[in-house]
Design a binder for this molecule. Structure first.
Ligand SMILES: [Mg+2]
Length: 121
């Protein structure tokens, strides 16, 4: 069981991801923007992992990850995005994500990847 922060501006994605992760036994908090994610992470240091969208109004997911890493955060981050170009994947990993998945996605694969990331550290 982990505390997971879901960051996505699409309510349908938030619902799908939250439902799957909760059914896998995780506690889920969801926010709709990078700015709200920063506030949530500042207020609660108990998050084990974040699932982060890239394209959001305001701060992008890559900007958010870059900022968190610059602040020294070791939060595990999985980027979940419709941006699937090689360059987008590369930008995500360069910013500091631990894993990257593209939409449309398999909720089962997402849960499996999260289990794997959580088991390694
Ligand atoms: Mg989005």
């Amino acid at each position: 069981m982990a505390n997971i922060l879901v960051v996505d501006d699409d309510p349908d994605i938030v619902e799908l991801v939250s439902l799957k992760l909760r059914s896998s036994g995780h506690a889920v908090t969801a926010v709709g923007s990078g700015e709200a994610a920063r506030d949530a992470l500042a207020a609660d240091h108990g998050f084990d992992l974040a699932v982060v969208d890239h394209m959001m109004p305001g701060m992008t997911g890559v900007d958010l990850v870059r900022l968190l890493r610059a602040e020294g955060s070791h939060l595990r981050i999985l980027m979940l995005t419709a941006r699937s170009q090689e360059r987008d994947v590369e930008n995500g990993f360069t910013a500091g994500v631990d894993d990257f998945m593209t939409k449309p996605f398999s909720p089962r694969e997402l849960a499996a990847r999260i289990t794997s990331i959580l088991a390694r550290r």
